[in-house]
Ligand binder design. Sequence first.
Ligand code: NAD
Ligand code: ZN
Length: 285
Amino acid sequence: MPGVQCTALFAGRRTAYVQSAEEDTIGGDLKRAASIIRERRETVAFTGAGISVESGIPPFRGPDGLWTKHDPSFIELGHFLDDPAGSWIFIRELFFDAIERAEPNAGHIAVAELERAGFVRSVITQNIDGLHQMAGSEKVLEFHGTTRTLHCLDCHAAYARENVDLSKMPPTCPSCGGVLKPDFVFFSEQIPEDVSRDSFAEAGAAGVVLVVGSTGEVMPAAYVPVVAKEAGAMVVEINTSVSAYTRDVTDIFLQGKAGDVLPELVREVLGTVCENCSGVSRGAA
Ligand code: NAD
Ligand code: ZN
C-alpha cells in the first residue's frame, strides 16, 4: 500500500510512518493527535454539551445557549422542591422534548467507533441525553446522570422514562402520588459517589483525554481532564471555541465542530489493518 507503513512493526519509533500526498492535506495537529491516540491507546473521551449541539440539543452557555433565554433556577434543587410543576414545565420542554427528538451525530458515532476499535477505554459524559449509548458506546459514565430514568421523591421508587406520563405537570408516582424527579444532577445536588469515583479512576488510568465540547466551567466535572493530565495523560481538545482548558491544560487543540473533526480524527487513527501482523497502519486506503 503506497505511503503506508504499519505502526506496530515500527513500535517505539516516533517516525513510524511515511508521508503520503494525502497526508499533506490533513492538519498537522490532527495527525499528531491521531498518532498519540494510536500509540497510547488508553483514551478516555470526556464530553460536554457541545458534542450534542449538532444533534439539535442546545448547550447551556455560548451565544445560542439556554442561559441566554432562560433563568437556570428551574434546575436548582431548592427551587424545584418549592415549585415542582413550574420547574417541570421547563424541564419537559428544554430537556425531555429536545432530547427525545435528537439522534446521535457523526461525533457520537466516531467516539463509539474508537471504542470498538480498542482505542477508547471509556466515555465520561456530562450530558444527560443518552446519545453516546445510542451511537454504540458501551462504557459510558454519566457524570451528571440521565433523563432516561426518574424516581419518586417520597417513596424513592424508580421509573424508566417510557413508563412515566409527562402530559400532566408535575409527573407523579403511580404508587404513592409523590412528585417524580429526573435522575440528572440539579444545581446544588451532589454528584453520585459511584460515578464520581469511577470517573476519576478512569481519568487516572488514561493515556489520552479527548475533551469534546466542554467549557470546563462546571465543577467538579471540569477536574476530570485536569486529574488525567496530572497523572500523565495527553489532552486533545475539540471545540468550536477556546475553553477553560485550551491555554493551560490542552496539549493539542483541534478547533471545529465535533461532527466534522471527530470523524476525521477517527479516519486518521484507524487507517487500515496491516496484512502481515494485524497492527493498525496510518493513511487509510
Ligand atoms: P456548555 O453548555 O457549558 O458549553 C458547551 C461547549 O461546547 C462550549 O465550549 C462550546 O464552545 C462548545 N461547542 C458548541 N458547539 C460545538 C460543536 N458543534 N462542536 C464542538 N464543541 C461545540 O457545556 P458543558 O461544559 O458541557 O457544561 C454544561 C452542563 O450542561 C453539563 O453539565 C451538562 O450536564 C449540561 N447540558 C447537557 C446537555 C445534553 O445532555 N446534551 C445539553 C445542555 C447542557
Ligand atoms: Zn412514590
